[in-house]
Design a protein around this ligand. Structure first.
Ligand code: GRF
Length: 198
């Protein structure tokens, strides 16, 4: 059933795990959108294979060596020619011109791997770890001309179940590591502190 579904293009530059999630979700009969096109600015993007395997049309518009206005105009024309109504950026590593963003404002969304407004930009996880923050997440937001600044649509809910699942996953890594240290005789108790011998 495709009648009545909004035609979506997913814009990628790489791996495509979010693309895969969107394709999987859109496979349901009652999903209100269909992935009509996957567009990459990189010919080598792995996500293109995911799209092809799912029988979705792909388009590569190389951005290398093109200025932003030229690239965005080419992309805009291709999207219109394909009857695209909505855009999902999913690991699309290319800054867009204000003109393009304004033309698609309200119809273009992005996923960012932090709890915005914290940690905008790139290299997010390294900066999260370096900052000492113990809890992070992701955000889906409308794309606006300033990077990662647009209105936020969704962030994961910090339910007790979700926190429990995330913590349990850490437990299963940490506990065997601690037992190893104990079994290797590398732990000494100094008052309330534990020293780990190298
Ligand atoms: C994800 O971390 C996403 O949040 C960010 O870029 C990455 C894309 O990964 N915008 P993938 O290509 O969807 O696997």
């Amino acid at each position: 059933m495709t009648a009545g579904k909004r035609a979506v293009a997913v814009l990628i530059s790489g791996r495509g795990s979010n693309l895969r999630a969107l394709i999987d979700a859109a496979a349901a009969d009652d999903y209100p959108a269909r992935i009509a096109l996957v567009l990459s600015n990189k010919p080598e993007a792995e996500g293109l294979e995911i799209a092809r395997a799912a029988g979705i049309a792909t388009l590569v518009i190389p951005s290398k060596g093109k200025d932003r206005a030229e690239f965005d105009a080419e992309m805009d024309a291709a999207l219109k020619a394909n009857g695209i109504e909505l855009l999902c950026l999913a690991g699309f590593m290319r800054l867009l011109t204000t003109e393009f963003v304004q033309a698609w404002y309200g119809r273009m969304i992005n996923i960012h791997p932090s709890l915005l407004p914290a940690f905008k930009g790139t290299d997010v996880h390294a900066r999260v770890v370096a900052s000492g923050v113990r809890f992070t997440g992701c955000s889906v937001h409308f794309v606006s001309p300033e990077m990662d600044e647009g209105p936020i649509i969704a962030q994961p809910e910090a339910t007790a179940e979700a926190v429990a699942a995330a913590v349990l996953e850490q437990e299963h890594v940490l506990y065997p590591q601690a037992l190893r240290l104990l079994a290797e005789g590398r732990l000494s108790i100094e008052g309330q502190r534990v020293r780990v011998k190298a």
